[in-house]
Design a protein around this ligand. Structure first.
Ligand SMILES: C[S@@+](CC[C@H](N)C(=O)[O-])C[C@H]1O[C@@H](n2cnc3c(N)ncnc32)[C@H](O)[C@@H]1O
Length: 334
């Protein structure tokens, strides 16, 4: 499933500004003191790299090489929708491998990012592909669909909001809001919702989408205290938005609500997020072995060596966050 597209994710996260591994642009490595003031430049350079990499990924020779990088836990099959009109050719169906009765129609390839778009718009990392944490969260939600109730919101869901979409399809909930901070991602999510609505897969669940920026007071205050469950995948690496993500989760949750957050450790970015969440008064619990299928892939991939799979950047840890005391155990027996 799209290993070649997802190659870029590894590059983004192991880029010089996070890990210092990329020799080609190490000269741009910033010293600690300069980092805070260089956020904008850093984001732009990182995104520009994505654009340049996208060009490379379009080259079949590079595709051959890039399939070595880990990009999926193979929890969904991905098949092309037989086009009935020219605009149909970008649509694919994601079907849960463990519960094949649940599937969603998606458009998960928005084509190459344009330089102009990257330099002038907000974080585009959600417009590249469905990242493994999102895939794992979607799978987890399908398996745990009975724990969902009431109102649900996905934050930072990227161009598909796959996990939130699967909740809307498989769980008995009143309302699902799919959100991201990037307008282009949300334009795509809007069409994804329309398409799945036409396919009649949402039952009586009301599904909507909108731009929600964690750092926007207007966005957060308009949804304050509204959600029983908030979900979020692979959004903890953004240094400049980590504190506002914690704040948005805390404020958007109902008093007895719970947030599910999936993200790799990625050095200490997950640890810093947990500390910020605790300082904000949230109860945080961390789960490493939460699903047998995901864990089996993890163990198998670990045997393939760090070049193919590095759990620090590829294995999503599950965090649960509550406003009150710790929630009851999730019951990870399978
Ligand atoms: C790595 S992508 C993850 C997308 C998706 N969850 C996935 O895993 O495929 C990070 C997402 O966070 C979103 N994001 C970053 N900063 C944000 C902010 N301040 N407010 C809202 N969304 C933000 C980006 O637009 C992007 O879609």
């Amino acid at each position: 499933m799209q290993r070649e597209m997802c190659e870029e994710k590894d590059e983004r996260f192991s880029g010089p500004l996070l890990d210092g591994k990329d020799e080609g642009i190490q000269t741009r490595k910033l010293d600690e003191d300069a980092i805070a003031g260089a956020d904008v430049a850093r984001a732009r350079w990182t995104l520009l790299r994505q654009v340049l990499h996208q060009k490379q990924v379009d080259n079949p020779g590079v595709k051959q090489v890039s399939v070595r990088r880990f990009a999926t836990f193979d929890l969904f099959t991905r098949s092309r929708v037989v086009p009935s009109c020219p605009s149909d050719d970008q649509w694919v169906q994601y079907r849960s491998v463990s519960l094949p009765e649940y599937s969603a129609l998606l458009r998960d390839n928005l084509g190459p990012l344009r330089v102009n778009e990257v330099l002038n718009s907000f974080d585009n990392t959600g417009n590249v592909c469905v990242w493994p944490s999102e895939e794992v969260m979607a799978h987890y939600c399908v398996k745990k669909r009975k724990m969902f109730k009431g109102t649900v919101c996905e934050l930072g869901g990227g161009m598909t909001c796959l996990a939130g979409l699967m909740v809307a399809i498989c769980a008995d909930v009143k309302e699902v809001l799919l959100s991201d901070g990037n307008e282009k991602a949300i334009q795509n999510v809007r069409q994804v919702i329309e398409r799945n609505l036409e396919a009649g897969v949402f039952g009586s669940t009301h599904v909507s989408s909108r731009v929600v920026r964690w750092d926007s007071e207007a966005d957060v205050s308009s949804l304050e205290g509204h959600f029983d469950i908030i979900m979020c995948a692979d959004c903890l690496f953004l240094d400049q938005y980590r504190a506002s993500l914690v704040d948005a989760i805390r404020r958007l949750l109902r008093p007895n609500g719970m947030a599910l957050v999936f993200a790799p450790r990625r050095r200490d970015t997950l640890g810093v997020f947990c500390r910020l969440a605790q300082e904000a008064g949230l109860s945080v619990s961390q789960h490493q072995q939460y699903d047998s299928q995901v864990w089996d892939v993890h163990l198998k991939m670990q045997g393939e060596g760090k070049d193919a799979y590095d759990d620090n950047i590829h294995y999503p840890i599950l965090l649960t966050l509550t406003r009150g005391p710790l929630p009851p155990p999730l019951g990870h027996t399978q």
